[in-house]
Structures are given as C-alpha cells and as structure tokens.
Design a protein around this ligand. Sequence first.
Ligand code: NI
Length: 254
Amino acid sequence: MLVDSHAHLQWESLDRDREAVIKRAIKAGVEKIVTIGFDLPGSRKGVRLARKYHNVYATVGIHPHKASQVNDDVLNKLKRMAERPKVVAIGEIGLDYYRHLSSKQAQQRAFRAQLLLAEELQLPVVIHDREAHVDILRILSRFTSRLKGVLHCFSGSPDMAVQCTDSGFYVSFAGTVTFPNARKLHETAASVSLDKILVETDCPWLAPQDVRGKRNEPAFLKHTVEKIAHLQETSFETVAMKTTKNAHEVFALL
Ligand code: NI
C-alpha cells in the first residue's frame, strides 16, 4: 500500500472525472492521498474533498507564486481552515526563484508567516523549493526542532538532503526522479535513508517517464516507487512500506 504525499486533486482539470481518478488510485494500491492547498479557494476545496472521500487528507496554505496575497486576514482564514478535520499540514509554502511570480521579499515574508502559523498550530509543513535552496535552508534553520515537515518534489543535492533530514525533515520524490537525464536527482534519491523518504505525484503535473506528457494522477505513483527501489537497490515492497510508514508519521494520518 502506498501514500501519495502530495497531489492536487482539487485542480480543475480533475473536475470531470475526480471520482474515477480516486478509484483508480485505490486499485493501484494508493490507499491514501494528501491533497495540497496552494491558495485560499484551492485549500477550501481540498478540505471539502477530505470530508467527502475517506482516503483523502488535506493541507492548507498559500503557494510562493501567490505570496503577495498573504496578509493577516488570509492567515486567519488559513488558521480556521486548519482546525477542520483531516487537515494534516500547512502547505504548500516556500520559495520559487525559478518562475518568480511574486517578489523574493513577498515570498520570504509569506513563507515565514506560514511557518509561524504551523508552529502555533503544531502542524507539519509542506515546503516548495525551486532554485531557492540557500534561502530555504537559512529560513528553516531558525525553526529547527520546532517544526517538522517535508520538502516536496525534492531537487537538492545529497548534501542538502542530509541537512534537511538532520533537522527533522523528510524529503519527497516526485515523477521527476524517473526522468533518465535527472542524474543528480538519482544520486540524491539513492543516498537518502529510506526512513526519511516520502513519495508523491504532484498531480496533475510531473507525470513519470512511462506516462510522460499525460495528465498525472495518483495511480501513477508506482513508477516513482519502482525507480527509487531500483536506485536504493531494494524491493518495491520495502520502499512502499517505508514511505507509507513515514507519511503516516509526518502527517499523523489515521
Ligand atoms: Ni504541488
């Protein structure tokens, strides 16, 4: 059994067949799905999906692309939403210096504010880090031992992975690890302790190599698990068991 630790089931490209997508996930052995918020409406919709489907859990948060939206009113709304049943984390939050849709300053301010919110609520965080490794580590270092969570779609070096796992964070691998030219990522995925790894689809994006170009969905998670098993020179079952256990631990899934 697997846990998809990072999906966006609320995305509108899934509106027409969400039910079928969730059924296919269960059939493919994905027993639980964490659907990740990225703005207020998306977070709200995720919370609704978690109420509707027994195997879906939600997180609430404002993505760095939308960092300039974060203010006291938004933080209060997130806080209220976070108190709803089956909301298991604050996220996704972080920094994106690749697409840079909000200014660095706004992104860092929104990131810090939501880390403080997670600390206050004693919830883990789901972190988005794109080409912002140094600032992510710098900001997180101020919260060491006060926060736990996961760096999603991890893209850092083996050294960075060690820094993250040493500070109590998990690293999550997405379909990008199945891409044949992602050599640095292969090295990282081979080196991280299985006790610190999660797996995710980040659907509807980042479909794994075998289904590349398609709309991604939780049922495709097995490709990523297969690749990690290969890189770690272990079995599919071992990676499935460990990553499921880790996901239950970090998100306190019931
Ligand atoms: Ni995401």
